[in-house]
Design a protein around this ligand. Structure first.
Ligand code: DAT
Ligand code: MG
Length: 166
């Protein structure tokens, strides 16, 4: 029941399940020249880019970002890797974008990620799996706030929105 999922505000239908997610192209994706390929997949899917920056994350930022994995044996390597070079950090917006982005990205382990997904098409090793995407609403909020200031988030309307969202 589509109508139940949208509300009418100031002449626009706003999706109640409109979400934002945090996406990062890891240093391997940047080094391998996959920035445009990855951004292109999110753009062509129809999502809206809300924020974008390239930075070399500090170890402190990487540790906070992956804090949930603190006790795992791969944690130190992961933090070293993420802070080893430029990362392209982004916020994307759209209906159910958190789950959709995880599907575009593919499974964590490249041997299990389907062809057609970013990891399925471009990665062969779990330690070099190209891209990060938030895995739920709480992590999305936490990660967006961790990597971006409120002022970095660009509030804009996609001009052809009626051709993307009913
Ligand atoms: P995802 O990035 O799909 O959300 P995750 O949150 O379980 O996966 O793990 C974060 C990252 O840590 C993952 O992208 C790659 C690395 N990682 C996970 N499991 C690993 C393992 N068993 N060995 C080495 N690196 C691993
Ligand atoms: Mg994760």
């Amino acid at each position: 029941m589509l109508l139940e999922r949208r509300i009418y505000i100031k002449n626009f239908f706003i999706y109640m399940n409109q979400e934002r997610t945090f996406i990062a192209i890891k240093p391997d994706g940047v080094q391998r020249g996959l920035i445009s390929e990855i951004i292109g997949r999110f753009e062509k899917k129809g999502f809206k880019l809300v924020a974008l920056k390239q930075l070399i994350p500090t170890k402190e930022l990487a540790e906070k970002h992956y804090g949930i994995h603190k006790e795992r044996p791969f944690f130190a390597n992961l933090v070293d890797f993420i802070s080893s070079g430029p990362v392209v950090a982004m916020v994307w917006e759209g209906p159910d974008v958190i789950l959709s982005a995880r599907k575009l990205i593919g499974a964590t382990k490249p041997s299990e990620s389907e062809p057609g997904t970013i990891r399925g098409d471009f990665a062969i090793d779990i330690g070099r799996n190209i891209i990060h995407g938030s895995d739920g609403e709480d992590t999305a909020n936490f990660e967006i706030n961790l990597w971006f200031d409120e002022n970095d988030l660009c509030d804009w309307k996609v001009s052809d929105n009626q051709w993307r969202i009913e």
